[in-house]
Design a protein around this ligand. Structure first.
Ligand SMILES: [Zn+2]
Ligand SMILES: [Zn+2]
Length: 360
């Protein structure tokens, strides 16, 4: 086995005694490497909304100090004696959220609903919540390690988890080739939703109010990008669909107005509205149950992802069927300046900000 460092460095979000929030780099002893374990030398981790909203003080329920992070990639640095030969040293990898494989939800295929792990919601032996993924090294059971084409930049490979959650949503919505799918919002996850829906064969319409994000969506060669600030997006969708409306709308913005517009954009019968993100403060969704009944409308909530979604996500990224570089802000901060990274990530309108995990 490669010589392992004595310590790992990792980032955590704190709530301080004066009520303010911040992020810092810490050290801890290198974890034990078991026979089933792979040591990943981490390259990058992107700051997700769930991360920076906690740093902003919007998600206190997640617990402090929080050493989380889940949008990472790295390379295999060392491996335990029982690890499969197919996991080669130097191979680029990401990792799934751990699951037990034994509980009822795991057994019916919903590994994302695992009730047997509890890992991220409990304090670890050294007093941190989370699994320490903003770290220069991690140790991970081979069952959860997912190879990603080495030709993909690490910050893009770090989209393994976000793309997997989108794959889950697109599958739940039953998106089929040639359907008219509207994605509301061209932020980080809006662009991923648009790309995955397109990879599943849909004709995609994007609506957005921010000029920067409209420009980004157009740069990606999406033909139908609606400026929802200067035109009525509901009418625009009707016009683009021959007066019919959308087969499916993915609300990629957690806001009352997005849900309202999305609902109004649906075709007369059997339209589907996907509620992709959570919104803080909590948005409203007003629906008429009789209308749901007569128009056979489906409202689809989606969150997280299961085993198959992780694998599909790795395939979409590795085979370049989607390009996650468009969802990156292009700002990279070393791990030792993780608080600055959070500041940039929490800036309104920013795409994903990246932490260089070897910058300790
Ligand atoms: Zn995320
Ligand atoms: Zn389980």
């Amino acid at each position: 086995m490669n010589n392992l460092p004595e310590k790992i460095h990792f980032g955590a979000i704190h709530k301080y005694e004066d009520g303010s929030y911040g992020a810092e780099m810490h050290e801890c002893a290198f974890p034990e490497v078991g026979p089933e374990d792979i040591v990943i030398k981490m390259a990058t981790n992107n700051i997700c909304t769930t991360d920076y909203q906690q740093w902003m003080g919007l998600r206190d329920h997640q617990g402090f100090p929080m050493a989380a992070g889940h949008e990472f990639a790295g390379t295999i640095f060392a491996k335990g004696e029982n690890v499969l030969d197919s996991f080669e040293i130097g191979m680029q990898v990401g990792a799934m959220h751990p699951f037990c494989g034994k509980c009822h939800n795991c057994r019916i295929g919903h590994t994302g609903d695992c009730t047997g792990k509890g890992e991220s919601k409990t304090l670890s032996y050294d007093g941190f919540y989370g699994t320490k993924r903003f770290a220069d090294y991690i140790v991970c059971d081979q069952r959860f390690v997912v190879p990603i084409n080495n030709a993909i930049a690490p910050a893009e490979a770090g989209f393994l988890e976000p793309v997997a959650t989108v794959v889950q949503g697109v599958k739940k919505a039953g998106i089929k080739p040639m359907e008219d799918v509207v994605v509301i919002g061209a932020g980080t996850m809006g662009l991923v939703n648009a790309q995955v829906a397109k990879a599943f064969g849909a004709r995609v319409i994007i609506t957005e109010i921010d000029p920067k994000k409209i420009a980004r969506a157009k740069e990606m060669k999406f033909a139908d990008v609606v400026d929802a600030k200067n035109t009525d997006p509901v009418q625009a969708v009707k016009d683009l669909t021959g007066g019919v409306g959308a087969d499916c709308v993915i609300a990629a913005v957690g806001a009352t107005i997005a849900y309202k517009q999305g609902y109004q954009m649906l075709k007369p019968l059997r339209g589907r509205l996907v509620i992709f993100p959570a919104g803080y403060p909590k948005p409203e969704l007003q629906v008429d149950p009789n209308e749901l009944h007569y128009r056979k409308i489906e409202i689809i909530g989606t969150f997280g992802c299961d085993l198959e979604d992780w694998i599909d996500s790795a395939t979409l990224i590795s085979k370049k069927l989607i390009n996650c570089s468009y969802s990156l802000e292009g700002k990279v901060f070393p791990l030792r300046e993780i608080n600055e990274a959070y500041k940039a990530a929490a800036t309104p309108g920013a795409y994903r900000v990246t932490v260089d995990l070897q910058g300790v």
